[in-house]
Write a protein that binds this ligand. Structure first.
Ligand SMILES: *Cc1c(COP(=O)(O)O)cnc(C)c1O
Length: 378
């Protein structure tokens, strides 16, 4: 018998949270789990069982990991009477794009404060897709400039609309958004209980702003799973660190406990949370040879499309750990955080000249060397 209540197990298992937390089911959940048999064969992994969590299929028009956070953030914003959100990201930010698209669905405006990043086809695609009637895009060269520009926009919008925009931190990573990944781990628990996969020993996932990996860690503890999180750092140390993980974890526990005193005060499980710093390369958004090899291998063996900023680096770490013997006799789940909905039709007739002038350089200059020769729709 299918249980129709399993889609947001956190809310079903904690009726008080369901009553208190504004939530809109923006995503198509649960996402499937699949075994990666051909990848196992290609790696001659005789004793490692590899699975993928298909969060790339988490929603339309835009999948990936951000919709899980936005399901809790945007309804809260709406309930509090805000008309607009202001958020941050790299020029090709998946988070900023997801926020634009789902805010549009909910009739909310979105101001995207973006910062320069290495050029790539995906940057161009995301920028073109961000040309939406509810969106306003700004580009800054560095952190100081983006801070100043954000303050300016906050006041400009307050002046125009009478209310400040609601500020969503980079990546949608703060306790409210992370609830989406606490729920995601409970969703996985249901899949384990249904026999779709054995209880994983490890989940490999990219750590950009840490909301995904830390939210999962908390949800795994709540579910009583033994699964460890192998977080692969893809951003600068100031965005991904053990200290930040602990702060986010404790903050999310406090928020959920405050809403529902039955939610347990779980301590941060430092021993179960591993942070891998070795696959970052030289910069955020700058592809590495190992990441691009991993992208190609996954595409060839499973038809899954990854990219070089997050998921390629993550799978590169997974493959290296497999080679070293760390994953012998283990069940490993790669959490695919990258959207795989093809939106090339939606942007076919858009023109980059409709973007603010500061963004034109991404279309007029070359993409980074390791992204050359790849197609625009990949
Ligand atoms: C944003 C993003 C991540 C990182 O998620 P965080 O919660 O910010 O750590 C990973 N993969 C992809 C494809 C993303 O867009």
């Amino acid at each position: 018998m299918t249980n129709l209540n399993v889609c947001r197990p956190l809310l079903e298992q904690h009726p008080v949270l369901k009553e208190k937390l504004p939530h809109t089911p923006l995503g198509a959940l649960p996402t499937p789990v699949e075994r990666l048999r051909q990848l196992e064969a290609a790696c001659e992994a005789r004793t490692t069982s590899l699975f993928v969590k298909r969060d790339d299929l988490s929603g339309a028009p835009y999948g990936g990991n951000k919709v899980r956070k936005l399901e809790f953030i945007l309804p809260y914003v709406q309930a509090k009477g805000y008309k607009e959100v202001l958020t941050f990201g790299g020029a090709g930010s998946n988070h900023a794009l997801a926020t634009v698209l789902y805010a549009k669905k909910m009739g909310i405006g979105c101001i995207s404060m973006l910062i320069d990043q290495p050029n790539a086809h995906s940057v161009r695609r995301n920028l073109l897709m961000s040309l939406q009637p509810n969106a306003e895009l700004h580009l800054s060269p560095n952190m100081v400039a983006i801070t100043a520009a954000s303050i300016k926009e906050l006041f400009a919008h307050k002046w125009r609309n009478g209310v400040f925009p609601y500020i969503i931190p980079p990546g949608g990573t703060f306790p409210l958004g992370m609830i989406g990944f606490v729920n995601a781990a409970l969703e996985l628990k249901v899949q384990v209980d249904n026999g779709e996969l054995p209880e994983p020993d490890y989940i490999y996932a990219a750590s950009g702003s840490m909301g995904t990996v830390v939210g999962l860690m908390l949800g795994l503890k709540l579910a009583g799973l033994k699964t460890k999180v192998a977080a692969v750092r893809v951003t600068e140390l100031k965005f991904t660190s053990m200290k930040k993980a602990r702060r986010l974890y404790d903050g999310t526990v406090r928020l959920l406990h405050k809403q529902d005193s039955r939610f347990p005060l779980l301590p941060f499980p430092a021993g179960d949370f591993q942070l891998n710093h070795n696959f970052y390369g030289d910069a955020y958004g700058l592809y590495t040879p190992e990441a691009m090899e991993a992208v190609q291998l996954l595409n060839e063996t499973s038809g899954i499309h990854l990219e070089g900023t997050y998921t390629g680096k993550t799978v590169a770490a997974l493959l290296a750990d497999m080679k070293s013997g760390k994953l012998d006799n283990k069940t490993v789940l790669f959490w695919n955080t990258h959207n795989s909905n093809d939106f090339s039709n939606d942007i076919a007739s858009t023109d980059y000249h409709d973007l603010p002038g500061a963004f034109h350089k991404y279309f007029e200059a070359d993409v980074q060397p390791l992204d050359k020769g790849r197609s625009v729709s990949e």
